[in-house]
Design a protein around this ligand. Structure first.
Ligand SMILES: C[S@@+](CC[C@H](N)C(=O)[O-])C[C@H]1O[C@@H](n2cnc3c(N)ncnc32)[C@H](O)[C@@H]1O
Length: 255
């Protein structure tokens, strides 16, 4: 993809901090179309908006020192989890020692739930990976102010080599979160979730994948995809937990 084209696409403020990989993936859907460059740019932005739009809302991008709960409530993904966080994290971390590394892929604002780990007795080394730069800045500021053992890294989940390197550098006894991220990945690259899971799972004790079971819009289209993905997990991994809470299904598995 030509540099100037990338620059044109991201000249819209809302896309200005998206990683190049994601913009490229989106553009590749339209690259070969018999249409003008302007139209390709428009279509690329439209797709990026579908993938990232809900998380690029002004409300979320200017949090201005609001408390954790306010932020978790504002975000579509974390809102439904609010009343259940303790329970969910207890179920996931059950059987782990006090010290554990959590790598949260496509974290959104989930890093603002860090204090819940403490509340249930865990000393977590937390790494958030997220494509939206503005969310990274906010999370890192929060981690620093609250002196939490946590960091947020601005990058694309399509950068698999870098991702594996980052995971490998975290202390062992690792848990990887893939909360409500599969749909976004599949929109840009069909079947990438399968590659991602296969590549990262050997690096962690367990991987936890979650799906919204209702309430988020336009989910139906991916229902079949999910069944397929769950079949893939069943076939290739050992499922050690499977529960639904707050309109979200969590599947915990290991190699
Ligand atoms: C539906 S939200 C879920 C957020 C969080 N995991 C949760 O459940 O609270 C999906 C998140 O993944 C991020 N995302 C989507 N595609 C990504 C990619 N290729 N690389 C990194 N982050 C990505 C989005 O920016 C968004 O914050």
């Amino acid at each position: 993809m030509k540099k100037e084209l990338y620059q044109k696409i991201i000249s819209k403020k809302e896309f200005s901090q998206l990683p190049e990989e994601d913009v490229e993936k989106a553009f590749s859907h339209f690259e070969k179309r018999q249409t003008s460059e302007e139209e390709k740019i428009r279509l690329t932005r439209e797709l990026l908006h579908r993938v990232f739009g809900a998380f690029l809302s002004k409300k979320l991008l200017s949090l201005k020192n609001k408390g954790e709960e306010w932020i978790l409530r504002k975000h579509l993904s974390t809102r439904e989890r609010l009343g259940f966080y303790k329970e969910i994290y207890k179920k996931i971390l059950n059987g782990f020692g006090k010290k554990v590394s959590i790598i949260d892929l496509g974290a959104g604002v989930n890093g603002f739930s860090y204090k819940i780990f403490k509340k249930i007795g865990f000393d977590v080394d937390y790494t958030s990976i997220e494509a939206i730069g503005q969310l990274i800045t906010q999370m890192n500021e929060y981690f620093r102010k609250n002196k939490l053992n946590a960091k947020a890294i601005h990058m694309s989940l399509f950068d698999l080599d870098k991702l594996k390197e980052i995971i490998s550098k975290t202390p062992e006894q690792r848990v990887i979160f893939l909360f409500k991220i599969v749909d976004s990945l599949e929109m840009l690259d069909r079947n990438y979730s399968k590659t991602l899971i296969s590549e990262i799972s050997p690096l962690a004790e367990v991987v936890v994948i979650s799906f919204a079971t209702e309430s988020m819009i336009k989910r139906k289209k991916f229902a079949a995809k999910r069944t397929w993905l769950l079949e893939f997990i069943k076939k290739n991994f050992e499922i050690i937990g499977n529960f639904e809470m707050g309109h979200e299904r969590y599947v915990i598995f290991r190699k």
